[in-house]
Design a protein around this ligand. Structure first.
Ligand code: KG4
Ligand code: ZN
Length: 338
C-alpha cells in the first residue's frame, strides 16, 4: 500500500511516499530554518505563509513524476502543532484525497515521531518510548502501536525548548539544539555544576523539568565573559545535565516495568551526547533503537509510516477531520503521577 505523507506542523514542509509503512520511496523536506533564523525562533504566521508557498512543490518533488493515482491513501499530520501551519498540510491532503477518492488518514504528530524508529528497524513490543522534541518530552510504556500509556512528561519546558533557550543566552544561532551539540564538542561538561532535576522526588520518577535547568545556567553565567571557550564549556555542562535527566528517567521506567527495550525519537534524538549515552545503555544489556538522523526532526516519511499502521487499525478520517494545536493527553505544567 503506497501512502503519501504530508507534514507541516511547525517549520518543515514535507511530503513522502512510503510503501507498507517501511519502504521509503521518497522523503522531501523543505526546512524554513533560514527564514526564521533572524527572528531567533519560529514565527507562526511566517511559517504558515511559507508552507503555503512551498507545499505543492514539495508534494510534486516527493511524487517524483509518479501520477497521483498511484497513491492508495493520504496521511497527514493534523496536530498537535501550529494551527495555521497544520491547516496548510491538512487542506492539501484533503484536496488530494478527495479528488483521488482515496482515504484520508489523520496522524498525530507525537505518534508519528514514535513511529520514526520503526521506519528502519523491526522493533518488538513492548518497549519504553522516549520522545524528545521542541514541544514535548515524554516517557511512555508502549504495548502496541495503538496501545500505550503515558508515564511521564515535562512539567514546564520541553528538552528541545531548553536547548533552544540556552543557545539564545549563549548567543548561538537557531535552532539551538544542533548549535549546542556542536559547541559542546570542545567544552568541559564539568565546568558548571548544575542541579539535578526532580531526581529525588518519588512522584516525579518519569517527569522532567527543564525550566529550572535553563534558569540555573543563565544565573551562573552572570558576569562571565563569553569567549568561545566559555561558550563551549557552558554548552557542554548544560547538554550533559539535560541528557543525564533523559537517561535517568528512561532508566527509572525500564527498571520499574522490567521492559529492557528503549525506543528514542524526536528532534533531540539527533543529539550526539544523548546518542553516545544510549550506546552505553546498549553495553549494559538494554535493547536501544533510535530514529535515523534523517527521521529525528519533522518529516513526512514518519507520517506516512504511522498512517499505514493507523489505516490497518481502521483509523481513517473523513473530510471533516480537524486540525488541533494541543495534545489533550499532555498539559503543560501538569505532572503525570505514576
Ligand atoms: O521534532 P522536532 O523537529 O520538532 C518538534 O516537533 O518540536 O524537534 C525540534 C527540536 C528543536 O528544539 C531543536 O533544537 C532540537 O529538536 N534538536 C536538537 C538537536 N537537533 C535538533 N537538540 C539537541 N541536539 C541536537 N543535535
Ligand atoms: Zn516534531
Amino acid at each position: 500500500m503506497l501512502i503519501l505523507g504530508i507534514e507541516s506542523s511547525c517549520d518543515e514542509t514535507s511530503a513522502a511516499l512510503v510503501a507498507d509503512g517501511k519502504r521509503i520511496v521518497s522523503n522531501t523536506v523543505f526546512s524554513q530554518i533560514e527564514i526564521h533564523k533572524k527572528f531567533n525562533g519560529v514565527v507562526p504566521e511566517v511559517a504558515s505563509r511559507n508552507h503555503l508557498i512551498k507545499i505543492l512543490d514539495v508534494v510534486d518533488e516527493a511524487l517524483g513524476g509518479a501520477p497521483l493515482d498511484t497513491v492508495d491513501a493520504v496521511a497527514v499530520t493534523n496536530g498537535p502543532g501550529l494551527l495555521g501551519s497544520l491547516l496548510v498540510g491538512l487542506s492539501t491532503a484533503k484536496a488530494i484525497a478527495f479528488t483521488q477518492s482515496v482515504p484520508l488518514i489523520p496522524v498525530n504528530h507525537i505518534e508519528s515521531h514514535m513511529y520514526a524508529p520503526h521506519l528502519t528497524n523491526d522493533i518488538p513490543f513492548p518497549y519504553i518510548a522516549l520522545v524528545v522534541s521542541g514541544g514535548h518530552s515524554l516517557i511512555l510504556k508502549v504495548d502496541s502501536f495503538q496501545d500505550y500509556e503515558l508515564l511521564g512528561t515535562t512539567i514546564d519546558d520541553a528538552a528541545g525548548e531548553a536547548f533552544d533557550k540556552v543557545a539564545k543566552v549563549l548567543g548561538l544561532g537557531y535552532p539551538g539544539g544542533p548549535e549546542i551539540d556542536k559547541a559542546a564538542k570542545n567544552g568541559d561538561p564539568g565546568f558548571m555544576k548544575l542541579p539535578r532535576m526532580l531526581s529525588e522526588r518519588r512522584e516525579d520518577r518519569y517527569n522532567f523539568s527543564y525550566s529550572g535547568l535553563k534558569t540555573a545556567v543563565a544565573f551562573r553565567m552572570k558576569g562571565m565573559t563569553l569567549d568561545s571557550g566559555t561558550v563551549a564549556d557552558v554548552a557542554a555542562s548544560f547538554q550533559s545535565a539535560a541528557v543525564a535527566a533523559l537517561i535517568e528517567k528512561s532508566l527509572n521506567a525500564i527498571r520499574d516495568t522490567g521492559i529492557k527495550r528503549l525506543v528514542v525519537s524526536g528532534g533531540v534524538a539527533a543529539n550526539s551526547c544523548l546518542r553516545s549515552r544510549l550506546d552505553e545503555l546498549r553495553g549494559d544489556g538494554i535493547e536501544v533503537y533510535t530514529a535515523e538522523l534523517a527521521y529525528c526532526g519533522d518529516n513526512a516519511a514518519m507520517v506516512a509510516g504511522r498512517g499505514y499502521v493507523d489505516f490497518l487499525a481502521g483509523k481513517t478520517g473523513g473530510m471533516k477531520t480537524d486540525a488541533y494545536s494541543r495534545l489533550p493527553l499532555v498539559q503543560k505544567g501538569k505532572r503525570v503521577f505514576g
